[in-house]
Design a protein around this ligand. Structure first.
Ligand SMILES: Cc1cc2nc3c(=O)[nH]c(=O)nc-3n(C[C@H](O)[C@H](O)[C@H](O)COP(=O)(O)OP(=O)(O)OC[C@H]3O[C@@H](n4cnc5c(N)ncnc54)[C@H](O)[C@@H]3O)c2cc1C
Length: 431
């Protein structure tokens, strides 16, 4: 359990419909992922009473990406947290290495960008969330409730005015003029609010698994994301210090075929893409070691209604292309805090403020999703349908060799389509 968290005692008898207590705050954030945690921190810094409800008892979770992009680091730097974050165990990536048929290609070099942090900072997501929670806990207006599973919205006079959550000792209520659903891709808040995301399915699915580090297997050190391709399969490999986190990318809908072909066939296929894993794959002996990610991209047409706002994956699930999900969730949080802190503090938050958050964040989301979709349909589809190791087309190499073009993908990877900054009040905090 996180030291700053409050966890109710173990239940003697949990009565589902009996409300144990009701607590009032100004902003109730549901979900302690990167988006919810950053929003809660920025609001608390500005003197807005905020309660964050997280259903899990700690921040340890299945692999969900460890990437802190330059834009997040710049935001943390604005509020004095970039340097302390660097004290946590981390690795840095200056650009992914793409490996095809024994040739390597480094399309993106973040070092060419104008930023103090020209790298993707890799830190286990649980440590990053604990770090933000520790920081937020320094502010008296922040309250974190772990093991709090939101089950209902409180609706009064046509507006959301709080939530009911199930804690270890039963049902509780939090009342607030604003509820923010930052509860991820399967958002309960979104469902309860009656919002339906429009989904686009990507042409691939991913099996995630771990492989042990064996000295000398792949270059270690700075940390790297490695994409390898062979015969209709791809691997994305992340160095997680004591093991490799591997994503095996394959055409959508073929999971049952993979299962039917058996583990030996899968092990062989992995080694075909990355021969250096020949020894490690012998540790893959059970399908339980794999988790399947059905890749999709989605976006809610509407992110708000009176008293309620969605941010992060709850509002838009990003495709894994470029690994921008964490970045976008944090950017949503920064924009939401910039727009909402003052009206929340003054008790005058209106739907027009919530609409402004959607307005500022929707178009960057649409643009990046369109770019991801283009990469998926043009490049990944042809790679995944190829039976031989693909070659990098000349025009792709030419693009990345042209000085004024080559940094565009790097800038988008680093900052999204729009650089987001904490506003002056947010930087100063609330005295
Ligand atoms: C396998 C995988 C790999 C990924 N890799 C990357 C990557 O490399 N880079 C990248 O940028 N993105 C990656 N992503 C995407 C990234 O994880 C998300 O885009 C990002 O975490 C979204 O942040 P969020 O705060 O909106 O939601 P989340 O991180 O999903 O957080 C939501 C939180 O809400 C909590 N919650 C849910 N329901 C309730 C409830 N009813 N009550 C209370 N709490 C609730 C959850 O427990 C969770 O802590 C990956 C995703 C997956 C699945």
């Amino acid at each position: 359990m996180h030291p700053g968290s409050i966890l109710a005692p173990e239940p003697e008898v949990a009565e589902a419909d009996h409300i144990c207590d009701s607590h009032k705050t100004t902003c109730c954030v549901v979900g302690g992922g990167p988006g919810g945690m950053m929003l809660a921190l920025l609001l608390a810094r500005q003197g807005v009473p905020v309660t964050l409800l997280e259903q899990h008892k700690d921040f340890d979770r299945d692999f969900r990406g460890d990437t802190i992009h330059p834009s997040i680091m710049e935001v943390l730097d604005q509020i004095g947290l970039a340097e302390p974050l660097h004290r946590l165990g981390h690795a840095k990536i200056y650009g992914p290495t793409v490996q095809i048929a024994n040739t390597t290609f480094n399309p993106i070099d973040l070092r060419r960008l104008k930023t103090r942090f020209p790298y993707i900072f890799l830190v286990p997501q649980a440590r990053f969330l604990e770090f933000l929670a520790d920081e937020a806990s320094k502010y008296p207006d922040f309250r974190l409730l772990m093991g709090a599973n939101v089950e209902q919205l409180i609706e009064e006079n046509g507006q959301t005015s709080g939530v009911r959550y199930l804690g270890p000792d039963g049902m509780h209520e939090v009342r607030a003029p604003l509820v923010v659903g930052a509860d991820g891709r399967f958002s309960r808040v979104r469902h309860l609010a009656g919002f339906e995301p429009i989904k686009t399915s990507a042409p691939m699915d991913i099996l995630w698994f771990r492989l042990p580090h064996i000295p000398g297997d792949l270059p270690e050190g700075e940390g790297r994301v490695l994409g390898g391709f062979a015969a209709g399969r791809m691997l994305a490999v992340f160095d997680r210090f004591d093991y490799w986190q591997v994503g095996y990318v394959f055409p959508k809908g073929q999971y049952q075929n993979l299962r039917a072909a058996g583990l030996e066939a899968l092990r062989q296929s992995i080694v075909e893409v990355e021969p250096a894993f020949a020894e490690q794959v012998t540790t893959l002996t059970d399908w339980h070691q794999f988790s399947l990610l059905s890749v999709e991209s989605s976006r809610c047409p509407r992110w708000f209604k009176p008293g309620l706002l969605l941010i992060g994956d709850a509002a838009h699930v990003m495709s894994p292309v470029g690994g921008v999900g964490i970045n976008y969730a944090v950017q949503d949080a920064v924009v939401a805090a910039n727009i909402l802190a003052a009206p929340l503090r003054d008790g005058r938050v209106q739907p027009r403020h919530l609409a402004k958050v959607q307005q500022e964040r929707e178009w960057p989301t649409k643009l990046i999703q369109a770019a991801q979709s283009a990469v998926q349909s043009r490049i990944l589809t042809s790679v995944l349908s190829s039976q031989t190791a693909p070659r990098i087309p000349w025009f792709v190499r030419a693009f990345f060799a042209t000085p004024f073009l080559r940094d565009i993908p790097a800038r988008i990877l680093a900052f999204g389509v729009r650089r987001v900054r904490v506003n002056k009040e947010g930087v100063q905090g609330f005295a």
